[in-house]
Design a protein around this ligand. Structure first.
Ligand SMILES: Cc1cc2nc3c(=O)[nH]c(=O)nc-3n(C[C@H](O)[C@H](O)[C@H](O)COP(=O)(O)OP(=O)(O)OC[C@H]3O[C@@H](n4cnc5c(N)ncnc54)[C@H](O)[C@@H]3O)c2cc1C
Length: 380
């Protein structure tokens, strides 16, 4: 729901919503088949890139659409609502490149990523490292002008399909980010089988004595934490938007079904208890959308957004989880079969409850901000 987003071109939102809905309808069967098989639909994704839905921030002369955070949020919400391929990983990657890459790195990767023809992944998590980067074991050692990287990464969306992966590793200077071409000797990948977001399948990525040139470093050696945190405020809004999209789809589909389903002398949506459920879920989605819109507008205005984006994702997780859970109150048994979307939505939203900043990590940050501020962040 777009309650208070500010768009540069007032005609862009409706035109984009209509175009994305038509596109999703046209590709529905193929998307469903890929979802079942956990297969990345590369041609559909490239077609999304052609429409400008994969590179919202990237400047037009580098293959993108040159838009802002509000437009990015709308694209991500429609992706979640319509069940399209999430461009979130690539958009975060493009942001990394725009903020930190050398002109050569930009020229090499950015246009293809923005057009959806060059696939990017981010290799941060490790089998023993998720929420805490301090335990990272992947190493990068200098060898002349080159670096040698060794380690194991896990949960990497599009790890098998990507041509370049952003690897975080411990160098002598500290945590460092490297743009690693996945066809280099020593890089190997194996698909894993996630319950959700199956259109962008996950992989384990092994790095065995991978030699990369000095020019592969993103930013500076030892400044990996700066690059790491720089994109997360923005990407939280993408996560929040997809979550709101999942919740909207679950609730709208359930209302459409429930309003036609006769039970006794009524239809399901005539029951007072069901109407309150609809009201509560709708309110939560509305509140989450407002929080997301506020954070997006602050982001576009260049303001400090860490608390606002964290709250936006936190509220979107709750609203999405509530709507997807309660959809079953309207659908009964109808929602419990795999030819409906409800089960998949439950799994998709659970992935974004954990990945890209888990609910617990978000709650820790909000609590820290409230407890440390003199006025308890506006409470006092
Ligand atoms: C489908 C999927 C896709 C993913 N995609 C990527 C990707 O593309 N690239 C990538 O690098 N990673 C990716 N991830 C990894 C994801 O970011 C991690 O799963 C996440 O950071 C949590 O790490 P963990 O799973 O190791 O949980 P742990 O760190 O082992 O934590 C376990 C639980 O404890 C909670 N917890 C942790 N710290 C605290 C605390 N201080 N207080 C309270 N609770 C806490 C966590 O929230 C979590 O629920 C993906 C994960 C999944 C499941």
């Amino acid at each position: 729901m777009y309650v208070n987003l500010t768009f540069t071109d007032p005609d862009w939102p409706q035109a984009t919503i209509t175009a994305m809905a038509d596109f999703a309808a046209q590709h529905r069967d193929e998307l469903r088949a890929c979802q079942q098989d956990a297969r990345f639909p590369s041609e559909i994704y490239a077609a999304m890139g052609n429409h400008g839905w994969v590179g919202p921030f990237t400047p037009q002369d580098e293959g993108g659409s040159g838009l802002g955070v509000a437009e990015y949020c709308l694209i991500e919400e429609e992706v979640g609502r319509l069940g399209l391929v999430s461009p979130q990983i690539s958009i975060q990657g493009q942001r990394w490149l725009i903020d930190w890459a050398t002109p050569e790195q930009r020229e090499r990767y950015l246009p293809g990523m923005a057009r959806g023809t060059l696939i990017f992944s981010e290799s941060i998590s490790e089998p023993g490292v998720g929420s805490s980067m301090k335990l990272m074991r992947t190493t990068a050692e200098r060898d002349g002008d080159d670096w040698i990287i060794n380690g194991a990464k896990t949960h990497v969306n599009l790890g098998c399909e990507s041509q370049v992966t952003l690897v975080y590793a411990i160098a002598p200077e500290g945590i460092t980010a490297f743009l690693v071409d996945t066809d280099l000797p020593g890089v190997s990948t194996t698909h894993t089988d996630p319950i959700g977001l199956r259109l962008i399948p996950t992989a384990d990525v092994m790095l065995d004595n991978v030699r990369v040139p000095g020019s592969a470093v993103l930013g500076e050696a030892g400044r990996g934490m700066d690059t790491f945190f720089s994109t997360f405020n923005m990407s939280r809004l993408g996560n929040a938007s997809e979550l709101i999209g999942f919740g909207r789809r679950a609730l709208a589909d359930a209302i459409a079904y429930g309003s036609g389903r006769e039970v006794g002398d009524s239809v399901v949506t005539d029951f007072q208890g069901i109407q309150w459920t609809v009201a509560d879920c709708y309110s939560d989605l509305y509140g989450a959308s407002l929080a997301r819109d506020h954070a997006a507008n602050l982001h576009d205005a260049g303001k400090d957004v860490a608390l606002a984006t964290t709250l936006a994702k936190k509220m979107a997780i709750s609203a999405s989880e509530h709507a997807v859970n309660e959809a079953f109150a309207l659908t009964g048994g109808h929602g419990l079969y795999t030819d409906t979307d409800y089960g998949q939505l439950l799994h998709d939203m659970k992935v974004l409850r954990v990945a890209g900043g888990s609910l617990e990590v978000l709650r820790n940050y909000v609590a820290r901000r409230v407890l440390r501020a003199d006025d308890y962040e506006g409470l006092g």
